[in-house]
Design a protein around this ligand. Structure first.
Ligand code: ATP
Length: 348
């Protein structure tokens, strides 16, 4: 295993993703000839800080889930590097670790999945579901696992006496909590939540978000929240990354980004966030983002967003903008970020 003291990451950083790429070859025909490449993640660089909630947003297919899978090494990287600070404090380059080498690191990184209905095996009891990570890692006797599962259920607000029940006996919100309990079993430092609450009613989703925030405080957890829901991101994230066609278009603190986006794509996404009207809880008319997201196999030349951008000029059609530093701990991938006076309420 590569312990990499020579690789420096900031003291407050838990995960550093550096120029990460994930390309999928697309094959066709009986000879399975490669006919195209999907650049699901293309030259992505950002850090996730210890104890923060990092929100990753962008339209469907922009590469959000692929990033989470790269961090958890469910996918191998096509290029780039991912560094992880272990609970011991050691910084590990996980980019090329084998499955065996990743095993002990995976205890510290967990994932909560989108659909609480399909992500739990219906034939397993809560004891088996929540205790499975402990069994897989050979931690504890039968009795100790049972006690730990009861404790975990208590942590997520489920009654410990439910241990012998099956998932079908629980509501969607409760099933999500079972998934959270399972994710907590090995005392991780990092949890990636991929659209974790999108399948739930608004009030149930809010309860589970609050629970996750309480657990974050209690255990010093770091979250990567992947979602389409910018309202939720604004509520829970310390920082946000905006993805488009495999590229990171903007990264920065949530409050400043929402108050003043730097990238036209961020502005367009924000304009589509429903706002309460002055009389109470009705929603403001949504301003749709014009045009379709481009085909991931045929990413436009220049800035990938240029065909949909109202501010694009010739330079945007030919030159790929770099992700560059901007004041206030922000980064943006737009040639004209400083000149554009964006507000987040534009009608594109
Ligand atoms: N295993 C795979 N093989 C081929 N292409 C893939 C694979 N996984 C993802 N892709 C493609 O990579 C791109 C990014 O997909 P990804 O699921 O990461 O996006 P996403 O932003 O998470 O989307 P969603 O919000 O719909 O979950 C898409 O074009 C997708 O079709």
């Amino acid at each position: 295993m590569t312990i990499a003291p020579q690789i420096s990451i900031d003291d407050d950083t838990l995960i550093s993703i550096r120029a990460a790429r994930k390309y999928f070859p697309i094959h066709e025909g009986w000879m399975r000839r490669q006919v195209a490449t999907v650049k699901a993640v293309d030259d992505i660089t950002f850090d996730i800080k210890k104890g923060e909630t990092f929100g990753l947003v962008g339209e469907s297919g922009s590469g959000k889930s692929s990033i989470a899978r790269l961090i958890l090494r469910a996918y191998d990287l096509t290029g780039g590097q991912i560094l992880f600070r272990r609970s011991s404090g050691d910084v590990v380059d996980i980019t090329h670790l084998t499955d065996v080498e990743m095993r002990s690191i995976r205890r510290e990184m967990q994932m909560i999945f989108q659909d609480p209905y399909s992500s739990l095996n219906p034939r397993m009891t809560l004891l088996e579901l929540v205790g499975e990570p402990l069994v897989i890692h050979g931690i504890g006797t039968k009795g100790e696992i049972k006690d730990r599962v009861a404790e975990l259920l208590g942590l997520v607000g489920l009654r410990p006496e439910y241990v012998m029940r099956y998932p079908h006996a629980f509501s969607g919100g409760q099933r999500q909590r079972i998934g959270i309990a399972r994710a907590l079993a090995l005392n991780p430092s990092f949890i990636a939540a991929d659209e974790a609450v999108s399948a739930l009613d608004v009030s149930v989703a809010a309860q589970n978000i609050n629970l996750m925030q309480d657990l974050q405080e209690k255990f010093g957890l770091t979250y990567l929240f992947i979602t389409h829901d910018l309202g939720m991101v604004e509520h829970i994230s310390d920082r946000v990354g905006v993805m488009y066609l495999g590229r990171l278009m903007e990264v920065g603190p949530t409050d400043t980004m929402f108050a003043k986006p730097l990238h036209p794509y961020t502005e367009a996404l924000l304009a589509a966030v429903p706002q309460p009207d002055p009389r109470g809880n009705r929603l403001r008319k949504r301003v749709p983002l014009k045009g379709e997201i481009a085909d991931a196999m045929n990413v436009p030349a220049g800035c990938p967003f240029h065909p949909r951008c109202p501010y694009a000029d010739d330079k945007c059609r030919t030159d790929v903008p770099e992700l560059r530093d901007v004041a206030g701990g922000r980064k943006v991938r737009c040639h004209y970020a400083e000149q554009l006076d964006l507000t987040g309420v534009a009608d594109l």
